[in-house]
Every structure is written in structure tokens, then in C-alpha cells.
Design a protein around this ligand. Structure first.
Ligand SMILES: Cc1cc2nc3c(=O)[nH]c(=O)nc-3n(C[C@H](O)[C@H](O)[C@H](O)COP(=O)(O)OP(=O)(O)OC[C@H]3O[C@@H](n4cnc5c(N)ncnc54)[C@H](O)[C@@H]3O)c2cc1C
Length: 348
């Protein structure tokens, strides 16, 4: 490992600057660190410490949807010191993991692996936490762009020859809910933090989950597993819940190192579009539904329900609750229902 960089004064021009410290940046940072000499690199992360956002869902046993071989480096350089397997060796947990026999690691473990790699780059002094990048401005010399000035939220500049924007996906609320001023409407990414508030509700708690993808279903399964007293209804817009296509031809298409067809096009060609969840999550959901069906055949009497073909048209605060107005896009059928909390999934 090369020695840490000394802290940069404001007028230093870095070779490369990353905005965001997630898996994308970590993967590229590993590749750069293996160059000799490595470029002068700075990584700006607005959070005060490394957090991989999927690990904030309180579902520690959920497996990764991807294989341990799809870690930060193995497909490019399996000899790297930053492979997932090397993380297991470094933390003296290779034998225990091997006996687990899982090609898809638990998400909580993968989050620790990512944090382990992030720490290595903290120790190199590549990472600046609490650095919220707000603007990228060209700095011209003789009329041509010579380098870039990245402005932080406090106005401080950081100079660089190249910029990589790796800010990930942002939580998105549908327009029908985004204008509602209520702490009872939250995004799945805030579910872990809001859980004590949901569970502290006196007596029964009625929860609506909006969305049919992985996060929505995981929140639903989690509330079910917590033995929540009350009604939990998952509303999604499709006719059925859909599982992601994990067949190896699809995986090969997405993972291909194709210099001509960009990743977005390959990914769009490989997926049917719309919301999808992993087979693991859908199976858990179905098993639970079936258990409810054994005790009561009429789904309308179930405390945990899934309502397909439902779009939220609008919402309003109704006393201590939130009233959702829903419609079936195919039939136009409308209904309204009140909930103590509304949890919405979706990213852009
Ligand atoms: C529940 C769930 C499960 C998932 N499971 C898998 C899986 O099994 N396998 C898989 O491959 N993918 C999975 N994903 C997708 C995974 O989240 C992404 O693949 C990955 O996190 C994207 O990495 P990233 O570095 O592009 O972005 P992110 O991980 O989102 O990181 C972006 C970083 O940029 C920072 N940032 C944003 N704006 C700024 C700014 N202006 N200035 C400074 N910093 C900024 C953010 O704070 C964040 O730390 C899952 C996602 C979810 C929600």
C-alpha cells in the first residue's frame, strides 16, 4: 500500500475527484490504487461516515442479489487485496463463511466488507466526509477548460483534472404523496430509523406500503416478522408481483464488458422494466400469505394484505392518520383507506 496523501490545501489540483463514496467509487478507487504511482485522488462524501444505504433496512438476514464474486474487484482483478474473500481472511471468518455455503452473502456482511474497503481509503486520506458537492465549474486557461472546481455546500473549492459523479440513486416519492406535510409518510430508506416510532404506536397500527419492488416487499416481510398488531397493506400498480430475471444469460448480458453498447442499454434489454423483487423475498412473502390462507380463506380478513393494480391518486392528512385515495388503472375502480403510516418505495 502506498503512503497516505498529506491533506490538500485548497489550491492543489487533484488528478481525479469522486463525488459520493458508494460501491461505484470504491470499485474505481481500488483500480486506481493499484496503479503505480496511484493518481492524486480525493473522494467527497456528504455523510459524516461510510454508510451503504441498503444496509439501513433492518433486514440483516436478507441475502445479496449478487454473487460474492461480483464484489468490488474480482471480475477485474481477482488478485486484489480488496476481494470479498480477502475480507473474510482479514477478519478471520473464512472458515465460518465457507460452512455457510452461500454464494450470495448476507447483505449485512457485504455492508461490512464495503466499510472495510472504505476504511482502507480513509487511512490513505483519500476520503473527505461531510463534503457535500454542490457544483462543478470549469476553470479555463486561454479559453479552454484546464481543470474543474468542485464547490462544496460551505462554498469551499476542491480542484481536480477529472471528476467522477457517483452519487447513486435518490429516494423518490410519487407526485401524489410528495406534497403531503406529514411525518407519517416516509420513504423505505427511512424505515429503519422510523421503526421505533411505528412500533411505539399504542395498540393497533395500520400501515400502508406503496410499491412492488424489493424494498417494499422487504419492509412488508419485516413488519410481518415483527408480529405487528394491526393491518399492513401493500399497494402496487402491476397485476402481479414480479420477480427479477436471474437467468445466467441475463446476468451475462448485464455484466458484459462491452465497449459499444453502454450499460444502461444492456441493463434495459435484460430486464422487463417495472418493479421487481428477488426470488428469495417473493418466496418468503408467498409462504407467509399461504399461512394466513390456512387460518382464514377470505383474504379481506387478513391483517397482512397485498392489493395489486392500485395506484395512489392523492393523499390527505385525516386527523392522526393519512387517507389514501387509490384507483385501479385498468378498471377505474376507486377506493379510500386511512393508515397510521404510509411507507413509499422507489428511487430515481
Ligand atoms: C434494498 C436494496 C438491495 C440491494 N441489493 C443489491 C445487491 O444485492 N447487489 C447489487 O449489486 N446492488 C444492490 N442494490 C443496489 C445498490 O444500492 C447499488 O448497486 C449501489 O449502492 C450503488 O452504488 P453507488 O456507489 O452507485 O451509489 P450509492 O451506494 O447510492 O452511493 C452514493 C453515495 O454518494 C453520496 N452522495 C450523494 N450526493 C452527494 C453529493 N452531492 N456530494 C457528496 N456525496 C454525495 C451519498 O451519500 C452516497 O454515500 C440494492 C439496493 C437496495 C435499495
Amino acid at each position: 500500500m502506498s503512503p497516505p496523501q498529506s491533506p490538500s490545501p485548497d489550491n492543489v489540483i487533484h488528478d481525479i475527484l469522486f463525488i459520493g463514496l458508494g460501491p461505484s467509487t470504491l470499485s474505481l478507487a481500488i483500480a486506481l490504487s493499484e496503479q503505480s504511482p496511484p493518481p492524486k485522488t480525493v473522494i467527497l462524501e456528504r455523510s459524516p461516515r461510510f454508510v451503504w444505504s441498503p444496509s439501513t433496512l433492518p433486514t440483516p438476514r436478507a441475502p445479496m442479489r449478487t454473487s460474492l464474486l461480483h464484489d468490488l474487484t474480482t471480475p477485474r482483478n481477482p488478485h486484489s487485496q480488496y476481494t470479498f474473500l480477502n475480507y473474510l481472511v482479514a477478519t478471520d471468518s473464512l472458515v465460518a463463511y465457507t460452512n455457510l455455503g452461500a454464494i450470495n452473502p448476507p447483505r449485512a456482511l457485504f455492508a461490512r466488507y464495503l466499510a472495510w474497503v472504505a476504511k482502507a481509503f480513509e487511512e490513505r486520506e483519500w476520503v473527505r466526509y461531510g463534503a457535500d458537492a454542490r457544483a462543478v465549474e470549469p476553470v479555463k486557461v486561454g479559453g479552454a477548460v484546464d481543470h474543474w472546481r468542485v464547490r462544496l455546500a460551505d462554498g469551499a473549492p476542491v480542484l481536480t483534472r477529472k471528476v467522477v459523479v457517483a452519487v447513486g440513486a435518490a429516494p423518490q416519492m410519487p407526485a401524489s404523496l410528495s406534497g403531503l406535510q406529514s411525518s407519517r409518510v416516509l420513504h423505505t430508506s427511512a424505515y429503519g430509523a422510523a421503526l421505533p416510532r411505528i412500533l411505539a404506536q399504542n395498540g393497533r397500527v395500520d400501515v400502508a406500503i406503496v410499491g412492488g419492488g424489493e424494498e417494499a416487499l422487504e419492509v412488508y416481510n419485516h413488519l410481518r416478522g415483527m408480529g405487528v398488531e394491526g393491518r399492513v397493506v401493500l399497494f402496487h400498480a402491476e397485476k402481479v408481483l414480479r420477480g427479477e430475471d436471474a437467468n445466467p444469460y441475463v446476468r451475462n448480458l448485464v455484466a458484459a464488458d462491452d465497449p459499444v453498447v453502454p450499460y444502461e442499454l444492456r441493463n434495459a434489454g435484460a430486464t422487463a422494466g417495472g418493479e421487481m423483487a428477488s426470488a428469495h423475498t417473493i418466496t418468503a412473502l408467498y409462504e407467509d400469505h399461504y399461512a394466513q390462507h390456512i387460518s382464514a380463506a377470505n383474504p379481506a380478513t387478513h391483517d397482512f394484505q397485498i392489493r395489486a393494480s392500485r395506484r395512489v391518486m392523492r393523499a390527505e392528512v385525516a386527523g392522526e392518520q393519512v387517507r389514501l385515495h387509490l384507483a385501479d388503472p385498468a378498471t377505474g375502480l376507486r377506493e379510500a383507506a386511512c393508515f397510521d403510516f404510509v411507507i413509499v418505495a422507489g428511487f430515481v
